[in-house]
Design a binder for this molecule. Structure first.
Ligand code: FES
Ligand SMILES: [Fe+2]
Length: 334
C-alpha cells in the first residue's frame, strides 16, 4: 500500500516521471485542474508555453485552477493575487502599490511541457527526458490523441494489459483477433536500459484497421514495447502492404486504483479516412480493455511472480513486473 501524505501518493520513482495530464489542444485560455498521484495541479497556457503549479494558493488555499490568466500570469480567484510563470507573486491587490510583496508569496511550480499533442507534468525532478518518438511527432503520419479514458483500476494493470497478446482473440474477439486463431507463435523479448520490447508477433485479425486496404481477415505483425513504468507503445504492420499503425499508451495515476489513459495513434496509410473513424475505433477497443481490467483482482499488480500464474506467452508482462520491482515503483503494485 502506497503511503499518502497530504493527499499525495509517495512514490520516489513516479514522483520523478513525466506524467500525461491533458490534451494540448484542449488547454486554451482558461486554467485547468488535474490530479497527479493524488496531488491537485493547476495547468495554464501563457504566451511562453504551458505551466503547472500546485493547485493551492499559499494565501488561503484556494484552487488556482479556478482562477484566470491575465498578462500571462495566473490570478487566484479568491483575493486576486497574481503569480508569474516562475510562481512568484507579483501583485496583491489589497495592499498599497508601494508595499513590498512578502518573499513567501509564491506558487509551487512543477516541470511542464508539451509533446506528442499531450501536456506532461513532473512533480519532482525528471530522471529521464521523454524520448523522441518520430512516429508520434511526425505530422505527416497524422498523430491523433485519443481519450483520455478514465479507468477504475491501477495504471500498472492498464500498461500490463497493453503488453498482452493472448487477450486480443477474446476481449477483442471478432475485431482484433479470433478464438480460432488464438495460438501464439514463439516470440522473444529484449531488455535494454530503458526499454523492453518483443520480437515480431503475427496475429490474425478479422477486421482490418480503419482505412486499411485489406478487406478480409489480415495478419498483422505486432511489436510491443514498454519504455517507462507508465508508458508503452506498439506498431502493427500489414506485411503485404507495409501499412503500419503506431499506438502510444501512457497512463496518469490519479490514485492507487484509478487512472486516466492517453493514447496517440499514428499511421502511414488511409489519410482519406476521417480522424473520427480512427478515434472511434480506438474508443471501442479501449472500452473493451477497460471493462476487463476493472474486473481484475487484486487491483494492484502483484510483483511477486508466484502470486499469479505466469505463462510463456506472458514474457513481456513478467519482464514489466520485474522492471517495476527493480525500479521500486510502489503506486499500483503490491
Ligand atoms: S486565497 Fe488566493 S489570493 Fe487569497
Ligand atoms: Fe486490448
Amino acid at each position: 500500500m502506497t503511503l499518502v501524505v497530504e493527499g499525495r501518493l509517495q512514490d520516489s520513482v513516479l514522483e520523478n516521471e513525466w506524467h500525461p495530464v491533458y490534451i494540448s489542444s484542449d488547454l486554451v485560455e482558461k486554467p485547468v485542474g488535474v490530479i497527479v498521484m493524488g496531488e491537485r495541479v493547476s495547468i495554464y497556457r501563457s504566451k511562453k508555453g504551458v505551466h503547472a503549479f500546485r493547485d493551492l494558493c499559499i494565501h488561503r488555499g484556494a484552487m488556482l485552477s479556478e482562477g484566470y490568466v491575465v498578462d500571462d500570469c495566473l490570478v487566484c480567484p479568491y483575493h486576486g493575487w497574481k503569480y508569474d510563470n516562475a510562481g512568484k507573486c507579483v501583485s496583491i491587490p489589497a495592499q498599497s502599490k508601494d508595499m513590498k510583496i512578502p518573499e513567501r508569496a509564491k506558487a509551487e511550480v512543477y516541470h511542464c511541457q508539451e509533446k506528442y499533442g499531450i501536456i506532461w507534468v513532473c512533480l519532482g525532478e525528471p530522471t529521464i527526458e521523454l524520448p523522441s518518438l518520430e512516429e508520434f511527432e511526425d505530422l505527416t503520419r497524422k498523430p491523433l490523441v485519443c481519450g483520455p479514458y478514465d479507468v477504475k483500476a491501477a495504471g500498472t494493470r492498464v500498461v500490463e494489459n497493453f503488453t498482452d497478446f493472448a487477450h486480443l482473440m477474446y476481449v477483442h474477439g471478432g475485431l482484433l483477433g479470433h478464438p480460432d486463431y488464438a495460438e501464439l507463435p514463439d516470440f522473444s523479448i529484449t531488455k535494454e536500459k530503458d526499454r523492453i520490447f518483443t520480437s515480431e508477433v503475427p496475429i490474425y485479425q478479422p477486421v482490418a484497421h480503419s482505412g486499411s486496404e485489406a478487406r478480409e481477415g489480415t495478419t498483422y505483425v505486432y511489436v510491443k514495447e514498454v519504455f517507462r513504468p507508465m508508458s508503452a507503445r506498439l506498431s502493427k504492420r500489414d506485411a503485404d502492404t507495409g501499412q503500419t499503425l503506431w499506438i502510444l499508451l501512457t497512463v496518469l495515476p490519479l490514485s492507487e486504483k484509478e487512472c486516466k489513459v492517453f493514447m496517440v495513434v499514428s499511421r502511414n496509410y488511409g489519410f482519406e479516412v476521417s480522424d473520427e473513424d480512427f478515434i472511434k475505433f480506438q474508443d471501442t477497443v479501449f472500452q473493451q480493455d477497460a471493462w476487463i481490467i476493472e474486473t481484475q483482482k487484486p487491483e494492484l499488480l502483484p510483483l511477486d511472480l508466484q502470486a499469479e500464474l505466469n505463462h510463456k506467452v506472458d514474457i513481456l508482462s513478467v519482464a514489466y513486473r520485474r522492471w517495476l520491482k527493480e525500479l521500486g515503483v510502489t503506486i499500483g503494485t503490491v
